[in-house]
Write a protein that binds this ligand. Structure first.
Ligand code: PMV
Length: 353
């Protein structure tokens, strides 16, 4: 797709309001490291979630043309000045693609379905919901609107590009995925994955709800001078190829091997950069060991993945959910902060409310 399709048609000043919901996503192949304007150093692939969502109402009204975006932001009904700088940077970044922002005032009202400070990154779902609402203003043809929403979401938070569609999306150009692009994410066609992955479950263990010591922005930066940067690019490409095969064949054994290797690689990269850091907590390690024991003893296809934090995502097929969830509740709850966990499953992406 050529960049010009993302440019806005001229838009007459208007009053408009709409509400969009977008999910969080969990990467199976991790995006880690970026260049240029939020372009990924390697391809990534994720499950979009179903219940962990942000919901955003956007209301726009005409104003005299200004030099910068003008907006009010509310989070769960309250003004949130702390979030202003990030939203301002985002709106400025997307001005070339949405020039009408200079002729409208925006009111943005956002809320999350998951608990605040849960350690679940809300930037992917929040940016995807806001991008979907902004694109809806333009009334583009469906296919173009979806690509543009992902393109804009990426400019807010890289991984947000993957929250527009589902259940599986790929971001980053790779010969193994037709039409894949560094500019926006594409869904994996249904014919490319076994139906078992359409209803996969993700239980998120909230190990540490505190503020992360190192943001993902700082983490991405460390990849610029990382001694293993080239090896990581090669590994992610190979992992993507192997994962695509496992998804196609419904090969859970290979799926588990690749997904866990990706999670551990992400954290190994954090530890082995020029100023290394650790985001896992003692309870994260306890859980990983318990999952390995459980799998060895039962043979059930339960595996873990991690994002850039201490929380653990446990992935398993729906048909094993009863047995696995009962073990998770009885054995892993003590390792969660205040016993908190969220049972989610894969979902289909952003939608109008
Ligand atoms: O979108 P960001 O900049 O918050 O980066 C997210 C990076 C990981 O969550 C660690 C991996 C991924 O692909 O989502």
């Amino acid at each position: 797709m050529n960049l010009s399709v993302f440019k806005a048609q001229s838009l007459s000043p208007r009053t408009w309001e709409g509400t969009w919901q977008a999910p969080s996503n969990i990467a199976l192949i991790k995006y880690w490291g970026k260049h240029g304007e939020q372009l990924p150093k390697n391809p990534s692939l994720s499950f979009s979630l179903s219940d962990c969502v942000s919901q955003t109402t956007l209301a726009i009204k005409p104003r005299p043309k200004g030099n910068e975006p003008a907006f009010d932001f509310y989070f769960e009904g309250q003004p949130k000045p702390d979030f202003h700088p990030k939203i301002k940077v985002f709106l400025e970044r997307i001005l070339p693609y949405c020039p009408w922002l200079l002729e409208h005032h925006l009111r943005i009202d956002s809320q999350n379905s998951f608990p605040h400070s849960s350690g679940i990154a809300s930037s992917a779902s929040a940016m995807a919901a806001l991008a979907s609402a902004l694109v809806a203003v333009e009334e583009l043809p469906r296919e173009q609107a979806i690509a543009k929403a992902s393109f804009l979401a990426r400019l807010g938070s890289g991984s947000a590009a993957r929250s527009i569609e589902g259940p599986l999306t790929v971001w980053g150009a790779d010969p193994a995925v037709p039409n894949s692009s560094d500019l926006f994410a594409v869904p994996l066609a249904e014919s490319n994955y076994n139906p078992i992955f359409k209803t996969f479950c993700d239980t998120i263990l909230l190990i540490d709800r505190g503020q992360k010591k190192v943001s993902s922005t700082q983490g991405h930066q460390l990849m610029d001078q990382h001694p293993f940067a080239n090896a990581r690019l090669q590994q992610s490409t190979l992992h993507l190829q192997r994962l695509l095969k496992a998804l196609q064949e419904g090969d859970l054994k290979s799926f588990i091997t690749i997904v866990e290797a990706e999670a551990l690689t992400l954290h190994a990269l954090m530890m082995t950069g020029n100023s290394g850091f650790i985001l896992m907590q003692p309870n994260t390690l306890e859980v990983l060991n318990k999952v390995w024991d459980f799998r060895a003893k039962t043979g059930l296809p339960l595996c873990f993945t991690l994002d850039a934090g201490a929380n653990v995502h446990l992935l398993y097929p729906q048909k094993e959910a009863a047995q696995i969830e009962s073990w998770i509740s009885s054995t892993l709850k003590p390792f969660c902060q205040e016993g908190q966990m969220i049972h989610d499953r894969v979902g289909t992406g952003a939608k109008k409310v």
